[in-house]
Design a protein around this ligand. Structure first.
Ligand code: PGA
Length: 250
């Protein structure tokens, strides 16, 4: 009942030309996939070029972040309406690189989530614990705080379109994936918490993605878990062959 969703986050990679070439390849292998959604998040500067290549495809686009205001004095930011005008329907928000390197806190991430929703963008809301937090048995506590603060003020109706991505920080770009059991345990916990906050019907319909070193050789077992509804893919999304295998998970 939850439609699988695979998202590719290109991070700060690809020139406009490289993005154009990569999406042309990905677009070919995504054609005809009717039972799942595919979303690509290229760098902002390439969004529009990529969107033109994808004009008659089912592949959707996301920005890698988004501001909460429509316009104004916010140097370096991109607004929800700008992102939409470039062809995106969604925005990654709260990625651990934004949290850790750029010190975005839960309060700012919450503003971004509410801003995206206000302008009709789907938030791909990311959460995740550090290795230290996991080893200190703080995982659930940390994730609960990120969810309660990051989704504060989101209506039940808006939660129905929001996507949650669980990305353990120790698994991002490290080649060290969470085991399917570790990931399933956390996804089930997140769904239970969402049921408490938004009601069971919404929790049962919200898509929860796993992210952190998802590759062609581990995607099938991750996707076979009952509470894993998709993947947020970094490194392997930059290679058309790997990403094509991932979106064609079995
Ligand atoms: P990775 O990145 O697949 O390279 O680990 C995932 C992410 O940061 O979204």
């Amino acid at each position: 009942m939850r439609r699988p969703l695979i998202a590719g986050n290109w991070k700060m990679h690809t020139s406009i030309l490289e993005a154009y070439l990569l999406v042309a390849e990905i677009g070919k292998c995504a054609a005809g996939l009717k039972d799942r959604d595919v979303i690509l998040a290229p760098p902002n500067i390439a969004l529009n070029a990529v969107s033109r290549v994808l004009h008659d495809s089912d592949v959707l686009l996301a920005s890698q972040n988004v501001c909460w205001e429509e316009e104004g004095a916010f140097t370096g930011e991109i607004s929800p309406t700008m992102v939409k005008s470039a062809g995106a329907v969604a925005s990654i928000i709260g990625h651990s690189e934004r949290r850790q390197i750029f010190h975005e806190d839960d309060e700012m991430i919450n503003k971004r989530v509410l801003g995206a929703l206000k302008f009709g963008l789907i938030p791909l809301f990311c959460i995740g614990e550090t290795l230290e937090e996991r080893e200190g048995e703080k995982t659930f506590e940390v994730l609960e705080a990120q969810i309660r603060k990051g989704l504060a003020g989101v209506s039940v109706e808006d939660m129905a379109t929001t996507v949650v991505a669980y990305e353990p920080i120790w698994a991002i770009g490290t080649g060290k994936t969470a085991t399917k059991e570790q990931a399933q345990e956390v996804h089930a916990f997140i769904r239970k918490l969402l049921a408490e906050m938004f009601g069971k019907a919404i929790a049962d319909s919200v898509r929860i993605l796993y992210g952190g070193s998802v590759k062609p050789d581990n995607v099938d077992e991750l996707m076979a878990q009952p509470d894993i509804d998709g993947a947020l893919v970094g490194g392997a999304a930059l290679n058309a062959e790997s990403f094509c295998r991932i979106i064609n998970f079995k």
